[in-house]
Design a protein around this ligand. Structure first.
Ligand code: 5GP
Ligand code: MN
Length: 331
């Protein structure tokens, strides 16, 4: 299976043809969804309904998504951990690998011949019948381009969903190409309230969440890995289980760019004992690092999931960092 090169018009046309030909569509975003996942699921769902399709939005986890993400239009109707209904086409959005579809992985794999992959992760291996993988700022940016091919008219709800992915995956427009600002300007024309969206998705917090963040920050460790230094936060299930997903996801921003450190890492212990791991760096390519550990992502922001004792998973990571040579993007 091949991955279409970025901005390949034929790849967009083929994706639009597959969507146009289908009547019933399931749209699947990644587990432990972020705003790009939920924004992409809902933007595509609403857009395809506009074209008269029957669309089922889905996430492959049996537990609820972070409440702040439910402010994205329609997100409350996303099915969580249920079986894929009988459809003509399954579309995964923002899923850099098939296992990101969580408990739906086997069902998605069974649809392989009728599977459309829409994503922006450079590490995506291409696991669909067609793979529209365009390394833009967000999966919602890829969808906006695709909507040109489909003749979808944007409205306030679709613009809100698209903006949700754009503002969060660009770190509030801190990284990305000039196109991210052009897209933001276009979406604002549909009357979205960017202040409220940013407050819901990025800023809102509670005193209890701040205490949790404070405890986590007090326990940051700076650990050597060969010639590099890694800043590590361990967030045990006990520490984070009663706190909002949004607050937990904010921890990585404190170690993203820490003086004297080359890599920032947050290990987040899940219900099942696995560690969902976030990696950030501008010194090494963490997409490659994550891939070597079974995950994926972008050169500067990536992640993977690992099982084991806390100290073992930290040591495994330090060893992998120590083995890496060269600067970001070179490897
Ligand atoms: P975050 O640290 O915000 O959860 O994720 C950063 C980036 O890494 C995102 O683009 C996300 O899709 C990717 N990523 C995070 N965890 C995993 C994982 O377990 N597997 C894969 N393939 N990608 C991941
Ligand atoms: Mn994304």
């Amino acid at each position: 299976m091949t991955v279409s090169p970025a901005s390949d018009e034929a790849a967009y046309r083929r994706a639009a043809e597959m969507l146009t030909a289908a009547d019933a569509i399931a749209v699947v975003g990644h587990l432990r969804p972020d705003a790009d996942a939920i924004g992409s699921v809902m933007a595509l769902t609403l857009a395809m309904r506009q074209l008269g399709k029957t669309v089922t939005p889905m996430i492959g986890q049996p537990y609820p998504v972070a409440p702040n993400l439910l402010t994205i239009p329609g997100a409350g109707e996303i099915l969580l951990g249920e079986e894929i209904p009988d459809v003509d086409l399954v579309v995964t959005v923002d899923c850099g690998s098939i296992d990101r579809t969580g408990v739906l992985t086997d069902e998605v794999a069974a649809y392989r011949d009728r599977l459309l992959v829409i994503d922006h992760h450079v590490s995506n291996p291409g696991y669909g019948a067609h793979n529209l993988v365009d390394v833009r700022e967000s999966t919602t940016s890829v969808l906006r381009e695709l909507f040109h091919y489909l003749g979808v008219e944007l409205d306030e709800s679709i613009a809100h969903a698209l903006y949700a992915g754009l503002v969060t995956d660009t770190g509030s427009f801190r990284w990305g190409s000039p196109a991210m600002h052009t897209l933001a300007a276009e979406l604002m024309d549909y009357g979205i309230d960017i202040r409220e969206i940013a407050e819901e998705l990025l800023d809102k917090t509670s005193p209890a969440d701040l205490s949790m963040i404070g405890r986590a920050l007090a326990n940051i460790r700076l650990l050597p890995a060969g010639e590099r230094t890694v800043a590590v936060i361990m967030a045990s299930h006990k520490d984070i289980r009663t706190h909002s997903g949004a607050a937990v996801e904010r921890l990585i921003d404190f170690v993203r760019s820490l003086d004297g450190c080359d890599v920032g890492v947050v290990f987040k212990e899940q219900y099942d004992g696995g560690w969902a791991t976030s990696l950030r760096s501008t010194a090494i390519n963490v997409a490659d690092l994550a891939r070597s550990l079974g995950g994926g992502g972008h050169a500067e922001a990536a992640g993977y999931t690992v099982y084991g004792e806390a100290e073992d998973v930290v040591n495994q990571l330090l060893e992998s960092v120590a083995e890496i040579r060269g600067e970001a993007g070179e490897s």
